[in-house]
Design a binder for this molecule. Structure first.
Ligand SMILES: NC(=O)c1ccc[n+]([C@@H]2O[C@H](COP(=O)([O-])OP(=O)(O)OC[C@H]3O[C@@H](n4cnc5c(N)ncnc54)[C@H](OP(=O)(O)O)[C@@H]3O)[C@@H](O)[C@H]2O)c1
Length: 258
């Protein structure tokens, strides 16, 4: 019997690399994002390279009813995931007072509401399997407020908090929940968020494949939080001891335009 993994945001970046990593480990893949052609190309690639089954669910997860539509499509394809990867996410960069209100709303719908709704809809089937894994892609942004990208940082703090709480609720019922927290990573994200001039990018960008590997390995080990990269782990650790106002100021320096 196939062991299915569902990956949202699988058409590029970290999600695509997570899908590759799971296929390498023998999972059948349900791939979701809006870009059908990119998903079909990845599915063909994974079938050829790893002889795994792949289905494509091309839809806008952030649109009203998007998460329910994906859950329905999976049900119709008889996919009950043993692994759910909530990766699809976008960023909005710049001062909140000048931000496009609709873009901020769309970001919150995708990063938080769709992730929560999809998890809730797929959870009964996953609990029924007796053993399943959820990987939620948060960010190192989750650990402190982020002036200059305030709503994005807050959305990722939500993902981290939800993941930790759900892991505590579900672990004894056979489902583990892992929050993957990458730092700045080389994907389409920065350009989509129009954040190319943010100071934090000066420190270099991580490789999406390495981030995906760390996330999948941590998820399969049942880790609650995976911070990708040694430097990011040190920064998060240091931030726990520093005054909140100082950490917030530093985050604002990192998001500023240079
Ligand atoms: N890159 C970074 O620096 C970084 C750092 C920390 C955390 N993250 C997080 O990592 C996750 C993946 O981001 P990434 O860096 O890989 O960015 P990316 O290359 O822009 O990929 C984002 C993925 O999400 C999908 N997506 C976007 N809007 C969608 C929508 N409305 N409905 C369905 N799918 C949608 C995109 O596909 P379509 O456009 O085809 O829909 C794409 O597959 C995000 O949650 C992001 O917040 C990224």
């Amino acid at each position: 019997m196939d062991r299915w993994a569902v990956v949202t945001g699988a058409s590029g970046g970290i999600g695509l690399e997570i899908a590759r990593e799971l296929a390498r480990r023998g999972y059948a893949l349900a791939l979701s994002a809006r870009s059908r052609d990119a998903l079909e190309a990845l599915a063909a690639d994974l079938r050829a390279a790893h002889e795994v089954r792949c289905v494509v669910c091309a839809l806008d997860l952030g649109a009203p009813g998007g998460a329910d539509a994906l859950a329905r499509a999976l049900h119709e394809a008889s996919v009950v995931p043993e692994v759910l990867v909530n990766n699809a996410g976008i960023g909005v960069y710049g001062p909140f007072a000048e931000a496009d209100a609709d873009r901020v709303q769309a970001m919150l719908e995708l990063n938080m509401v769709a992730l929560t709704r999809l998890t809730r809809q797929l959870l009964p089937g996953m609990l029924g399997l007796g053993r399943a894994r959820i990987l939620n892609v948060a960010s190192t942004a989750a650990f402190q407020p982020g002036p200059g990208m305030a709503a994005y940082f807050a959305s990722k703090a939500y993902v981290l908090s939800l993941s930790e709480a759900l892991d505590a609720e579900l672990r004894r019922r056979g489902v583990t929940v892992t929050a993957l927290c990458p730092g700045p990573t080389r994907t389409g994200f920065v350009a989509r968020a129009a954040a190319e001039r943010a100071a934090m990018l000066r420190g270099g960008l991580a490789d999406a494949r390495g981030v995906a590997r760390a996330g999948v390995a941590g998820m399969l080990r049942g880790r609650r939080v995976v911070i990708a990269g040694w430097g990011n782990r040190m920064m998060v650790r240091a931030g726990r001891w520093a005054p909140r106002r100082l950490v917030t100021w530093i985050a604002g320096r990192m998001t500023r335009e240079v």
